[in-house]
Design a binder for this molecule. Sequence first.
Ligand code: SF4
Length: 195
Amino acid sequence: MLEFRVKNNYPPGGRFFYEVPETKTFFSSSAGRQDLLDKIRQHYAVNRLRAPENLAALVDDFICRHVPDGFCDGDDDGKPRSPFRNLTFWQVEKKTRAAMVGRRLTAPDEAEKRAAICLSCSLHVRNMCTSCNGLLAVVKALVGSQVTNIASFVGACGATGCLVAAISHLAEPKVCYEGSLPTGCWLAREDGTHG
Ligand code: SF4
């Protein structure tokens, strides 16, 4: 389990966030850790599920796996961590535009299916708010009326540094990336190879 180096610090980006594994539902809060825990516990109760006793530790561990190196400490169990966790909003925008320019788009339902896969990917970076910093507007500018319902729930791909809501629309889903892709990823390298 990873832990915050300074327990009372807010995560980079100013929001606490977590995805409930049982329901794949994403929660975030700028009001603090306790506010987020309250929301998650309510969600478990509404769904007649038992919240884990170590929920607070699980939340911190989840956040630690999606924020820049140095913010947390601990054993990361060998789970993949994104090479792009340190990207700024500007870099994400630049990488996304570079990946999309001049490329054909696929059908919106295919883009939606791909984005849904990203939601449960360990390399999905969700510590940036796409609607409050203009990134969602970038997606709309790139894919126009094809923008999907899931666009406001997904963040950046930690393998490519691009916005999932944009690159999920590529007719040929080939993007330059570093490292390796997790099992189940729908992306391929620019030369068409995977892995
Ligand atoms: S594109 Fe692949 S590596 Fe990137 S977030 Fe989606 S599933 Fe994960």
